[in-house]
Design a protein around this ligand. Sequence first.
Ligand SMILES: [Zn+2]
Length: 109
Amino acid sequence: MDTDHYKQILLDLKREVSGRINAIDRDIRHEDLSADWSEQASERENDEVLESLGNSSEQALSMIKFALIRIDEGTYFQCAECGEQIPSARLDLLPFAAHCVDCAEKIEN
Ligand SMILES: [Zn+2]
């Protein structure tokens, strides 16, 4: 199994998600707030959306970090729950997946 390939993908993702979190933080603080009052009001309405997006990005970031730890530990291809091998087709779609499809479904339900 080619861990370097997935490590590179995860590092790229980590950079992208970190950048997105920083951009959202700037947006919430309204550093580029326009002087137009009506526009300010609509920008404030977006805060809630931005904040929830920020939360899911934080969640994605922690999953990416966990996946990178799993690569270093040599357990990246093992399901964190049952220990079965996670198919590479799944990791191509979800590089930070820590569970096989069966366990992921069980956890969700
Ligand atoms: Zn499993």
